[in-house]
Structures are given as structure tokens and as C-alpha cells.
Design a protein around this ligand. Structure first.
Ligand code: HMH
Length: 233
């Protein structure tokens, strides 16, 4: 029996992804005690993250070799802009942040680093790089959402319940599965050195996801913000 490429990737990233669910920020969502200020920073940063992430899906459509792949990427783009980002717009409303203000969020160092990395590997490579760049995002959020959905009261929490519901939903699971299917399809028959390159992209994006949880937990923008005399935005 042939081993799926995503099974190989899972073995590699499992320790990093398990650390997400143990991260204080994620545990705070799942157990419902996370400080709202931390979540507010996260939602604003995640919104501008998702704008750049959407561009990566658009690149996927542009680089696709067949109409089916082109359509899958167009659908992922549509769902991100209209379904996932609607969650952020709803939370922003609760924080009294307008959609315009949300969109105008200054990206943090981690947000810039992560989105620039995804856009760079996607632009310099073929469709396989685009798929590897987005795989961790969709798959790991679905993994975290499904893990938290098992926690007592997480889905029903009056504030964080919507977040857990969204990422554990059937609709989001479908998006994650679409990305996994694309990855397995494109990896099929590729030589080991090319698979190793794709694996590196998935490991690096997994590391960036951890940094993103950390950035949210610590409400950070730039490390220089704590340097005396340096002007903040
Ligand atoms: C940082 C980050 N990674 C992945 C997702 C899932 O789309 C998200 N919303 N934010």
C-alpha cells in the first residue's frame, strides 16, 4: 500500500501541532478564559493575514494546470473571503471595530514574516509550492478546531464558541480536505528531493503558526516596540 504524502507530513509536524493545542492562547479559547484583549489582537492580525493568504489562493488558480485545480483554488479563495473572514467581521463588531478599521490593521512582524514567506515560496515555484504553502493553514486550524470541539463547553461558550464552531465545522473540514487532496495529487510520482522541499515548506509554515499563537498571547507587534525611544505605530 502506498503511503499518502500527507501521512508522511503528519508524522513530521505532529509534535509542533500538538504544541498548538497546549499553547496558553489556544487553551484559553478552548476553556473559555482567554483575555478578550489578546483575542482582539489575534482577530485583527488574523484578518490582515487572511487577506494575504487569499492572494496565495489566487496564485493557485493562476498557476493551475487544469480546470479542476483552478476551480478548487477559486472556491478556497471565495470561502476564505466570504465565510472565514465573516467570522472576523462579526467578532470585530463585538469589539466595536468597523470593517474598514479591521482591514486597515497594521500587520505585526510575525504576520508580515509568515505571509511574506507564503507569498514568496508560492511565487517562485509551481502549483506544488502554492499547495504546500497553504496546507498547514487550513489543515492545522481544522485540527485545532476539532480538538477544542471535544472539550467540555467549548462549542457552547458564549464568546469563543463561534470560533471553535467555525474551525471544526463541516464546511471548514471540507476546505482542509481539499488542500490535503491537492497535496497528495501533486506529490504523486515526484522524486524524493522535490518531496523534501515541499516538506520543508510545510514544516516552516507549522513553525510560523506557533509564532502566530505566541504573537497573539503576548499581544506583540515588533520586538523594537520595547526599545526605549523607538516610536510605535
Ligand atoms: C494564522 C492563521 N493560519 C491559518 C488560518 C486558517 O485559515 C488562519 N485563519 N490564521
Amino acid at each position: 500500500m502506498t503511503v499518502l504524502f500527507t501521512d508522511r507530513l503528519w508524522k513530521k509536524v505532529r509534535p509542533i501541532w500538538k504544541a498548538y493545542v497546549e499553547h496558553p492562547f489556544v487553551r484559553g479559547i478552548g476553556e473559555g478564559w482567554l483575555e478578550r484583549e489578546k483575542f482582539k489582537h489575534f482577530m485583527k492580525q488574523d484578518y490582515v493575514y487572511l487577506i494575504e493568504y487569499s492572494r496565495v489562493f489566487a496564485l493557485g488558480s493562476a498557476k493551475a494546470h487544469d480546470l479542476q485545480t483552478m476551480t478548487t483554488f477559486a472556491n478556497l479563495l471565495h470561502e476564505t473571503l466570504n465565510f472565514e473572514m465573516e467570522l472576523h467581521r462579526q467578532y470585530a463588531k463585538k469589539f466595536n471595530i468597523s470593517p474598514e478599521e479591521l482591514e486597515a490593521t497594521e500587520p505585526s512582524a510575525t504576520t508580515i514574516a509568515y505571509t511574506s514567506y507564503m507569498l514568496n515560496v508560492s511565487q517562485k515555484g509551481g502549483i506544488e509550492n502554492v499547495i504546500a504553502a497553504v496546507l498547514t493553514c487550513a489543515w492545522s486550524y481544522n485540527y485545532v478546531g476539532q480538538a477544542l470541539a471535544q472539550w467540555r463547553g467549548a462549542l457552547e461558550h458564549e464568546f469563543y464558541g463561534n470560533w471553535v464552531q467555525t474551525y471544526s465545522s463541516e464546511a471548514f473540514t471540507q476546505l482542509a480536505n481539499d488542500c490535503k487532496d491537492l497535496m497528495n495529487e501533486v506529490a504523486d510520482g515526484k522524486p524524493e528531493h522535490e518531496l523534501a522541499t515541499l516538506e520543508d515548506i510545510v514544516v516552516n509554515t507549522s513553525r510560523f503558526e506557533y509564532m502566530f499563537w505566541d504573537m497573539a498571547e503576548n499581544i506583540t507587534m515588533w520586538p523594537t516596540d520595547k526599545v526605549e525611544g523607538v516610536q510605535q505605530n
